[in-house]
Design a binder for this molecule. Structure first.
Ligand code: HEC
Length: 103
C-alpha cells in the first residue's frame, strides 16, 4: 500500500513540476519584449513585406516559427527570424503561435 502511495505522490510531483515549467514561459511577455518591435503589438505590422499575423491560425503560425528554426520556411528576410526563434523550445514556439493567433 505504501509503495503505491509513494508512486502516486512521485507521479504527482513530476506532473506539477511539468506544469510549472510550462507555465514559466509567458508567451505574451515574450512577444512584447522580443517581437512587437517589428510586428506590432497586435501583429498587424508586416515586417519586410510579409502579411500581418491577423487571421492566421495557431497551427500555421507555429509551423512558420518551427520552419524558421529548422530552415524549412522563410522568404528574403528569414535570416532575421532564424536567429530570433533559435532559443525557443518546440513547446514555446507552439505557445507563441497560440498567442499570436489570438491577437
Ligand atoms: C528585427 C525585426 C523582427 C523581430 C524582432 C521579429 N521578427 Fe518576425 N519577421 C521579421 C521579418 C523581416 C520577417 C519576414 C522574414 C521572411 O522573409 O521570411 C518575419 C516573419 C515572421 C513570421 C512569418 C510571417 C509570415 O506570414 O510568413 C512570423 C510568424 C514571425 N515573424 C514571428 C515572430 C516572433 C514570434 C517574434 C519574436 C520572437 C518575431 N517574429 C520577431 C522581423 C522580425
Amino acid at each position: 500500500m505504501n509503495k503505491i502511495l509513494i508512486a502516486f505522490s512521485a507521479m504527482f510531483c513530476l506532473l506539477s513540476f511539468n506544469l510549472a515549467l510550462a507555465a514559466d514561459f509567458n508567451a505574451a511577455e515574450t512577444y512584447t519584449t522580443s517581437c512587437h518591435g517589428c510586428h506590432g503589438l497586435d501583429g498587424s505590422i508586416s515586417a519586410s513585406g510579409i502579411e500581418s499575423f491577423k487571421g492566421k491560425s495557431a497551427a500555421d503560425l507555429e509551423k512558420m516559427l518551427v520552419g524558421y528554426q529548422d530552415g524549412t520556411y522563410g522568404g528574403q528576410g528569414k535570416m532575421v527570424m532564424t536567429g530570433l526563434v533559435k532559443p525557443f523550445s518546440a513547446e514555446e514556439l507552439k505557445a507563441l503561435g497560440e498567442y499570436m493567433a489570438k491577437m
